[in-house]
Design a binder for this molecule. Sequence first.
Ligand SMILES: *Cc1c(COP(=O)(O)O)cnc(C)c1O
Length: 391
Amino acid sequence: MDKEKIAFRTKCIHTGNGIDKETGSIRRPITMANSYRLPEDASTLDWSDPNQLVYTRNTSANQIYLQEKLADLEGGEDCVVLGTGVAALAGVFFTFLDQDSHIICSNVSYVAVYRLLHEYFPDKYGVEVTLVDTANLDEIRKALRPNTKIIHIETPGNPTTRVSDIAEISQIAKSASALLTVDSTFASPFLQRPLQLGADLVIHSLTKYINGHGDSMGGAVIGRKEHIDKIKRQAMVNLGGAISPFNAWLIMRGAVTLPLRMKQHSESAMKVAHFLESHPAVAFVAYPGLKSHPQHDIAKKQMTMFSGVISFGLKGDVSAHNTFVNSLALIVPAVSIGHDESLIVYTGPKDERNHFYPEEFKNGHLRFSVGLEEADDIINDLEQALEKCGL
Ligand SMILES: *Cc1c(COP(=O)(O)O)cnc(C)c1O
Protein backbone atom coordinates (compact mmCIF):
# COMPACT_ATOMS: atom_id res chain seq x y z
CA MET A 1 0.00 0.00 0.00
CA ASP A 2 1.25 3.50 -0.87
CA LYS A 3 2.04 5.06 2.53
CA GLU A 4 1.61 8.57 1.14
CA LYS A 5 -2.02 7.87 0.33
CA ILE A 6 -3.08 6.50 3.72
CA ALA A 7 -5.65 8.76 5.36
CA PHE A 8 -5.07 10.50 8.67
CA ARG A 9 -7.67 8.50 10.58
CA THR A 10 -6.22 5.24 9.30
CA LYS A 11 -2.77 6.31 10.49
CA CYS A 12 -4.23 7.13 13.91
CA ILE A 13 -5.24 3.49 14.22
CA HIS A 14 -2.33 1.66 12.63
CA THR A 15 0.93 3.63 12.78
CA GLY A 16 3.15 2.47 15.64
CA ASN A 17 1.07 -0.62 16.39
CA GLY A 18 2.16 -4.10 15.26
CA ILE A 19 2.07 -7.77 16.09
CA ASP A 20 3.96 -8.69 19.26
CA LYS A 21 6.66 -11.12 18.17
CA GLU A 22 6.63 -13.18 21.35
CA THR A 23 2.90 -13.78 21.86
CA GLY A 24 1.35 -12.89 18.52
CA SER A 25 -0.92 -10.38 20.27
CA ILE A 26 -2.28 -7.79 17.86
CA ARG A 27 -1.56 -5.00 20.33
CA ARG A 28 1.99 -4.13 21.24
CA PRO A 29 2.37 -4.73 25.00
CA ILE A 30 3.38 -2.28 27.73
CA THR A 31 7.04 -2.88 28.46
CA MET A 32 7.46 -1.77 32.07
CA ALA A 33 11.22 -2.24 32.20
CA ASN A 34 13.75 0.44 33.04
CA SER A 35 16.67 -1.53 31.54
CA TYR A 36 17.34 -3.75 28.52
CA ARG A 37 19.72 -6.70 27.94
CA LEU A 38 23.06 -5.42 26.70
CA PRO A 39 24.76 -6.81 23.59
CA GLU A 40 27.42 -9.49 24.17
CA ASP A 41 30.16 -6.98 23.50
CA ALA A 42 29.16 -3.67 25.05
CA SER A 43 32.64 -2.18 24.86
CA THR A 44 31.80 -0.05 21.84
CA LEU A 45 28.26 0.80 22.90
CA ASP A 46 27.15 4.44 22.81
CA TRP A 47 25.64 4.48 26.31
CA SER A 48 23.52 7.52 25.60
CA ASP A 49 22.26 6.54 22.17
CA PRO A 50 18.70 7.90 22.27
CA ASN A 51 17.51 5.48 19.61
CA GLN A 52 18.74 2.24 21.14
CA LEU A 53 17.02 0.27 23.90
CA VAL A 54 19.52 0.39 26.77
CA TYR A 55 17.94 2.35 29.61
CA THR A 56 14.41 3.81 29.75
CA ARG A 57 15.55 7.40 30.37
CA ASN A 58 17.29 7.19 26.98
CA THR A 59 14.24 5.66 25.32
CA SER A 60 11.74 2.84 25.80
CA ALA A 61 9.84 0.50 23.55
CA ASN A 62 6.47 2.19 24.11
CA GLN A 63 8.07 5.61 23.61
CA ILE A 64 9.44 4.50 20.23
CA TYR A 65 6.00 3.26 19.06
CA LEU A 66 4.39 6.56 20.07
CA GLN A 67 7.15 8.61 18.39
CA GLU A 68 6.50 6.70 15.18
CA LYS A 69 2.78 7.49 15.32
CA LEU A 70 3.18 11.19 16.11
CA ALA A 71 5.84 11.78 13.43
CA ASP A 72 3.45 10.22 10.90
CA LEU A 73 0.44 12.26 12.06
CA GLU A 74 2.33 15.57 11.86
CA GLY A 75 4.08 14.63 8.61
CA GLY A 76 7.54 15.01 10.18
CA GLU A 77 10.73 12.99 9.79
CA ASP A 78 11.13 12.19 13.46
CA CYS A 79 9.67 12.77 16.92
CA VAL A 80 10.84 12.81 20.52
CA VAL A 81 8.37 12.04 23.29
CA LEU A 82 9.00 13.30 26.84
CA GLY A 83 7.23 13.13 30.20
CA THR A 84 5.15 16.33 29.88
CA GLY A 85 4.45 19.12 27.43
CA VAL A 86 6.62 21.44 29.50
CA ALA A 87 9.54 18.96 29.32
CA ALA A 88 9.17 19.08 25.52
CA LEU A 89 9.12 22.90 25.44
CA ALA A 90 12.01 23.23 27.90
CA GLY A 91 13.92 20.62 25.87
CA VAL A 92 13.58 22.74 22.72
CA PHE A 93 14.74 25.93 24.45
CA PHE A 94 17.59 24.14 26.26
CA THR A 95 18.84 22.57 23.03
CA PHE A 96 18.65 25.50 20.62
CA LEU A 97 19.40 28.53 22.82
CA ASP A 98 22.91 29.49 23.91
CA GLN A 99 24.21 32.21 26.17
CA ASP A 100 24.30 34.76 23.37
CA SER A 101 21.05 33.76 21.66
CA HIS A 102 17.88 35.76 21.21
CA ILE A 103 14.36 34.33 21.11
CA ILE A 104 11.08 35.98 20.10
CA CYS A 105 8.01 34.51 21.79
CA SER A 106 4.27 35.16 21.95
CA ASN A 107 3.62 37.49 24.89
CA VAL A 108 0.74 35.31 26.01
CA SER A 109 1.75 31.67 26.03
CA TYR A 110 1.59 28.69 28.32
CA VAL A 111 2.53 29.91 31.80
CA ALA A 112 5.65 27.73 32.16
CA VAL A 113 6.94 29.01 28.81
CA TYR A 114 6.32 32.55 30.01
CA ARG A 115 8.31 31.90 33.19
CA LEU A 116 11.16 30.09 31.42
CA LEU A 117 11.59 32.85 28.86
CA HIS A 118 10.58 35.87 30.94
CA GLU A 119 12.66 34.92 33.95
CA TYR A 120 14.84 31.80 34.13
CA PHE A 121 16.61 31.72 30.75
CA PRO A 122 17.44 35.45 30.80
CA ASP A 123 18.38 35.57 34.52
CA LYS A 124 20.38 32.36 34.72
CA TYR A 125 21.88 32.10 31.24
CA GLY A 126 21.76 35.58 29.76
CA VAL A 127 19.46 34.56 26.90
CA GLU A 128 17.89 37.61 25.25
CA VAL A 129 14.10 37.42 25.01
CA THR A 130 11.53 39.62 23.30
CA LEU A 131 7.88 38.93 24.07
CA VAL A 132 5.58 40.29 21.36
CA ASP A 133 2.03 39.89 20.15
CA THR A 134 2.79 37.30 17.44
CA ALA A 135 -0.61 37.88 15.84
CA ASN A 136 1.04 41.10 14.65
CA LEU A 137 3.68 40.34 11.99
CA ASP A 138 5.25 43.80 12.17
CA GLU A 139 5.99 43.34 15.86
CA ILE A 140 7.87 40.13 15.02
CA ARG A 141 9.83 41.78 12.19
CA LYS A 142 10.79 44.69 14.44
CA ALA A 143 11.96 42.33 17.18
CA LEU A 144 14.44 40.43 14.96
CA ARG A 145 18.12 40.67 15.90
CA PRO A 146 21.23 39.21 14.24
CA ASN A 147 21.36 36.57 17.01
CA THR A 148 17.67 35.55 16.85
CA LYS A 149 17.71 31.75 17.01
CA ILE A 150 14.04 30.92 17.58
CA ILE A 151 10.63 32.42 16.95
CA HIS A 152 8.21 30.56 19.25
CA ILE A 153 4.47 30.80 18.80
CA GLU A 154 1.50 29.11 20.39
CA THR A 155 -1.51 28.94 18.13
CA PRO A 156 -4.29 28.98 19.15
CA GLY A 157 -2.78 30.49 22.30
CA ASN A 158 -3.56 29.48 25.85
CA PRO A 159 -5.75 31.04 27.26
CA THR A 160 -6.53 33.88 24.85
CA THR A 161 -7.22 31.65 21.78
CA ARG A 162 -5.33 34.29 19.74
CA VAL A 163 -4.13 32.88 16.42
CA SER A 164 -0.72 33.50 14.80
CA ASP A 165 -0.15 33.09 11.05
CA ILE A 166 2.19 30.08 10.77
CA ALA A 167 2.96 30.42 7.03
CA GLU A 168 3.75 34.15 7.23
CA ILE A 169 5.85 33.80 10.37
CA SER A 170 7.77 30.90 8.84
CA GLN A 171 8.86 33.26 6.03
CA ILE A 172 10.08 35.79 8.58
CA ALA A 173 11.95 33.05 10.46
CA LYS A 174 13.56 31.76 7.25
CA SER A 175 14.72 35.21 6.24
CA ALA A 176 16.42 35.54 9.63
CA SER A 177 17.82 31.96 9.66
CA ALA A 178 15.88 31.33 12.86
CA LEU A 179 13.83 28.27 13.75
CA LEU A 180 10.06 28.58 13.91
CA THR A 181 8.74 26.45 16.78
CA VAL A 182 4.96 26.06 17.12
CA ASP A 183 3.07 24.87 20.19
CA SER A 184 0.09 23.30 18.43
CA THR A 185 -1.46 21.70 21.53
CA PHE A 186 -4.83 23.46 21.17
CA ALA A 187 -5.27 22.23 17.60
CA SER A 188 -3.76 18.71 17.51
CA PRO A 189 -2.47 17.38 14.16
CA PHE A 190 -6.03 16.67 13.06
CA LEU A 191 -6.88 20.37 12.79
CA GLN A 192 -3.54 22.01 11.96
CA ARG A 193 -0.26 20.82 10.39
CA PRO A 194 2.44 23.47 11.13
CA LEU A 195 5.30 21.60 9.38
CA GLN A 196 3.43 21.77 6.08
CA LEU A 197 3.06 25.52 6.61
CA GLY A 198 6.82 26.00 7.03
CA ALA A 199 7.42 25.51 10.76
CA ASP A 200 10.63 23.75 11.84
CA LEU A 201 9.40 22.10 15.03
CA VAL A 202 5.92 21.30 16.34
CA ILE A 203 5.40 20.83 20.06
CA HIS A 204 2.44 19.13 21.76
CA SER A 205 1.33 18.60 25.27
CA LEU A 206 0.12 15.02 24.75
CA THR A 207 -1.65 15.40 28.10
CA LYS A 208 -4.40 17.28 26.27
CA TYR A 209 -6.19 16.29 23.04
CA ILE A 210 -3.82 13.61 21.78
CA ASN A 211 -4.30 11.47 24.88
CA GLY A 212 -7.78 12.91 25.25
CA HIS A 213 -8.95 11.07 28.35
CA GLY A 214 -7.44 13.06 31.20
CA ASP A 215 -5.49 10.13 32.61
CA SER A 216 -1.84 10.61 31.64
CA MET A 217 0.83 13.19 30.83
CA GLY A 218 3.28 13.49 27.97
CA GLY A 219 4.92 15.90 25.55
CA ALA A 220 6.32 15.65 22.04
CA VAL A 221 8.44 17.54 19.52
CA ILE A 222 8.22 16.68 15.82
CA GLY A 223 10.47 17.90 13.01
CA ARG A 224 13.55 17.10 10.94
CA LYS A 225 15.75 14.24 12.14
CA GLU A 226 18.83 16.43 12.72
CA HIS A 227 16.85 18.66 15.12
CA ILE A 228 15.06 15.84 16.92
CA ASP A 229 18.32 13.92 17.39
CA LYS A 230 19.85 17.00 19.02
CA ILE A 231 16.93 17.32 21.45
CA LYS A 232 17.17 13.61 22.30
CA ARG A 233 20.93 13.68 22.86
CA GLN A 234 21.01 16.93 24.85
CA ALA A 235 17.70 17.36 26.64
CA MET A 236 16.08 13.93 26.82
CA VAL A 237 19.08 11.91 27.99
CA ASN A 238 20.63 14.56 30.26
CA LEU A 239 17.73 16.53 31.73
CA GLY A 240 15.82 13.36 32.53
CA GLY A 241 12.23 14.21 31.59
CA ALA A 242 11.46 10.70 30.35
CA ILE A 243 7.92 9.44 29.84
CA SER A 244 6.85 6.28 31.64
CA PRO A 245 6.07 3.35 29.32
CA PHE A 246 2.56 3.13 30.79
CA ASN A 247 1.81 6.78 29.97
CA ALA A 248 3.21 6.31 26.45
CA TRP A 249 0.89 3.32 26.02
CA LEU A 250 -2.15 5.24 27.31
CA ILE A 251 -1.45 8.13 24.92
CA MET A 252 -1.00 5.67 22.04
CA ARG A 253 -4.42 4.22 22.88
CA GLY A 254 -6.06 7.64 23.22
CA ALA A 255 -4.64 8.86 19.90
CA VAL A 256 -6.54 6.16 17.99
CA THR A 257 -9.80 8.15 18.29
CA LEU A 258 -8.25 11.62 17.83
CA PRO A 259 -10.14 12.49 14.60
CA LEU A 260 -13.53 11.45 15.97
CA ARG A 261 -12.98 13.37 19.17
CA MET A 262 -11.64 16.54 17.53
CA LYS A 263 -14.64 16.69 15.21
CA GLN A 264 -17.02 16.41 18.14
CA HIS A 265 -15.09 18.89 20.33
CA SER A 266 -15.08 21.39 17.45
CA GLU A 267 -18.76 20.98 16.56
CA SER A 268 -19.91 21.26 20.15
CA ALA A 269 -17.61 24.22 20.91
CA MET A 270 -19.03 26.10 17.91
CA LYS A 271 -22.57 25.61 19.25
CA VAL A 272 -21.56 26.58 22.77
CA ALA A 273 -19.67 29.66 21.53
CA HIS A 274 -22.78 30.86 19.66
CA PHE A 275 -24.90 30.27 22.73
CA LEU A 276 -22.51 32.23 24.96
CA GLU A 277 -22.20 35.08 22.46
CA SER A 278 -25.98 35.53 22.45
CA HIS A 279 -26.38 35.45 26.25
CA PRO A 280 -26.96 38.86 27.92
CA ALA A 281 -24.81 38.02 30.99
CA VAL A 282 -21.73 37.27 28.88
CA ALA A 283 -19.25 40.14 28.41
CA PHE A 284 -17.06 38.57 25.69
CA VAL A 285 -16.36 35.27 23.95
CA ALA A 286 -13.01 34.36 22.38
CA TYR A 287 -13.24 31.38 20.04
CA PRO A 288 -11.36 31.16 16.70
CA GLY A 289 -14.48 29.79 14.97
CA LEU A 290 -16.51 32.95 15.64
CA LYS A 291 -16.60 35.77 13.08
CA SER A 292 -15.97 38.16 15.97
CA HIS A 293 -12.58 36.57 16.69
CA PRO A 294 -9.80 39.00 15.68
CA GLN A 295 -7.92 36.34 13.67
CA HIS A 296 -10.89 34.33 12.41
CA ASP A 297 -9.65 34.58 8.81
CA ILE A 298 -6.19 33.25 9.68
CA ALA A 299 -7.76 30.44 11.71
CA LYS A 300 -9.90 29.51 8.70
CA LYS A 301 -6.82 29.49 6.49
CA GLN A 302 -4.65 27.23 8.65
CA MET A 303 -7.11 25.08 10.64
CA THR A 304 -9.75 22.67 9.36
CA MET A 305 -12.00 23.17 12.41
CA PHE A 306 -11.54 25.33 15.51
CA SER A 307 -11.08 22.84 18.36
CA GLY A 308 -12.76 22.83 21.76
CA VAL A 309 -11.39 25.67 23.88
CA ILE A 310 -13.41 28.84 24.45
CA SER A 311 -12.41 31.73 26.70
CA PHE A 312 -15.11 34.09 27.94
CA GLY A 313 -16.03 36.53 30.66
CA LEU A 314 -19.22 37.56 32.47
CA LYS A 315 -20.58 41.05 33.08
CA GLY A 316 -19.82 40.64 36.77
CA ASP A 317 -17.09 40.67 39.40
CA VAL A 318 -14.98 37.88 40.89
CA SER A 319 -17.83 36.67 43.09
CA ALA A 320 -20.28 36.46 40.15
CA HIS A 321 -17.73 34.33 38.27
CA ASN A 322 -17.27 32.11 41.34
CA THR A 323 -21.05 31.71 41.74
CA PHE A 324 -21.28 30.73 38.09
CA VAL A 325 -18.50 28.11 38.28
CA ASN A 326 -19.80 26.65 41.54
CA SER A 327 -23.36 26.41 40.16
CA LEU A 328 -22.31 24.17 37.28
CA ALA A 329 -23.62 20.64 37.73
CA LEU A 330 -22.01 18.75 34.84
CA ILE A 331 -19.02 20.88 33.85
CA VAL A 332 -16.08 20.26 36.20
CA PRO A 333 -14.00 23.10 37.68
CA ALA A 334 -10.45 21.88 37.01
CA VAL A 335 -7.37 22.81 35.00
CA SER A 336 -6.26 21.05 31.81
CA ILE A 337 -8.04 20.87 28.47
CA GLY A 338 -8.92 18.25 25.88
CA HIS A 339 -10.49 15.71 28.20
CA ASP A 340 -13.64 13.72 27.49
CA GLU A 341 -15.43 15.72 30.21
CA SER A 342 -15.96 19.49 30.01
CA LEU A 343 -13.57 21.47 32.23
CA ILE A 344 -13.66 25.10 33.32
CA VAL A 345 -11.19 27.37 35.12
CA TYR A 346 -11.75 30.91 36.34
CA THR A 347 -8.56 32.98 36.39
CA GLY A 348 -9.05 36.22 38.29
CA PRO A 349 -7.43 39.57 37.50
CA LYS A 350 -4.31 38.70 39.56
CA ASP A 351 -2.76 36.50 36.84
CA GLU A 352 0.97 37.31 36.49
CA ARG A 353 0.53 37.82 32.74
CA ASN A 354 -2.47 40.11 33.10
CA HIS A 355 -0.73 43.17 31.60
CA PHE A 356 -0.19 41.19 28.37
CA TYR A 357 -3.77 40.05 28.00
CA PRO A 358 -6.17 41.61 25.50
CA GLU A 359 -8.25 44.34 27.18
CA GLU A 360 -11.39 42.21 27.68
CA PHE A 361 -9.41 39.54 29.59
CA LYS A 362 -8.07 41.95 32.19
CA ASN A 363 -10.95 41.55 34.67
CA GLY A 364 -10.35 37.83 34.75
CA HIS A 365 -11.61 35.19 32.36
CA LEU A 366 -13.05 31.70 32.17
CA ARG A 367 -11.23 29.09 30.11
CA PHE A 368 -13.67 26.43 29.05
CA SER A 369 -12.62 23.12 27.48
CA VAL A 370 -15.75 21.81 25.78
CA GLY A 371 -15.96 18.05 26.33
CA LEU A 372 -17.59 15.20 24.48
CA GLU A 373 -20.93 15.29 26.32
CA GLU A 374 -24.08 16.02 24.31
CA ALA A 375 -23.81 19.71 23.33
CA ASP A 376 -27.34 20.49 24.56
CA ASP A 377 -26.50 19.11 28.00
CA ILE A 378 -23.47 21.40 28.15
CA ILE A 379 -25.53 24.40 27.07
CA ASN A 380 -28.31 23.62 29.57
CA ASP A 381 -25.75 23.42 32.36
CA LEU A 382 -24.23 26.78 31.37
CA GLU A 383 -27.69 28.34 31.12
CA GLN A 384 -28.88 27.26 34.57
CA ALA A 385 -25.58 28.40 36.16
CA LEU A 386 -25.76 31.78 34.38
CA GLU A 387 -29.27 32.28 35.77
CA LYS A 388 -27.96 31.85 39.33
CA CYS A 389 -25.47 34.75 38.92
CA GLY A 390 -28.18 37.41 38.89
CA LEU A 391 -26.52 39.39 36.08
C1 LIG B 1 -0.99 22.19 28.89
C2 LIG B 1 -0.19 22.91 27.90
C3 LIG B 1 1.21 22.83 27.94
C4 LIG B 1 1.95 22.06 29.01
O1 LIG B 1 1.76 20.69 28.94
P1 LIG B 1 1.94 19.71 30.19
O2 LIG B 1 1.69 18.38 29.60
O3 LIG B 1 0.93 20.14 31.20
O4 LIG B 1 3.33 19.89 30.71
C5 LIG B 1 1.91 23.50 26.96
N1 LIG B 1 1.29 24.23 26.01
C6 LIG B 1 -0.04 24.34 25.96
C7 LIG B 1 -0.66 25.17 24.89
C8 LIG B 1 -0.83 23.70 26.91
O5 LIG B 1 -2.16 23.83 26.86
